[in-house]
Design a protein around this ligand. Structure first.
Ligand code: ZN
Length: 129
């Protein structure tokens, strides 16, 4: 099973309204009263919505997602603070990776609370927070 965001077919940056809309749409589609319903799917949707509709539980869930991605990317090579990153005229900043490649940091990365950027060449990652 994917993340709760995937279940509700929205992005992790979706607003509560978007989440609500998707929830209502999907619940209708997979409702147990419908002939072709998929019970597991319905339960998943309901579970996902219960977590994401609440600011606090969504925040907790977001941190657990981040922790998961840490585990997946066991190689966090370095951490950088957003305030220390200065984008160039092209809207990019670079940090060298151990493999000789550069991590490319862009504005979209800085707009998130925490963000992991993968090296394009090896399996190292950096964390921006
Ligand atoms: Zn690398």
């Amino acid at each position: 099973m994917g993340s709760f965001y995937a279940v509700l077919e929205c992005s992790p940056t979706a607003t509560l309204d978007e989440i609500k809309q998707n929830y209502h749409r999907l619940v209708k589609k997979h409702h147990p009263d419908k002939g072709d319903h998929t019970p597991d799917k319905f339960v998943q949707i309901d579970k996902a919505y219960k977590v994401l509709k609440d600011y606090k539980s969504r925040k907790d869930y977001d941190s657990s997602l981040l922790a998961d991605s840490f585990n997946e990317h066991s190689l966090i090579y370095a951490e950088f603070r957003k305030v220390d990153i200065c984008l160039d005229d092209d809207g990019q900043a670079f940090r060298p990776c151990r493999c000789g490649n550069d991590f490319v940091i862009e504005q979209k990365h800085l707009s998130e609370t925490e963000c992991i950027i993968e090296c394009g060449e090896c399996s190292n990652c950096i964390l921006i927070r």
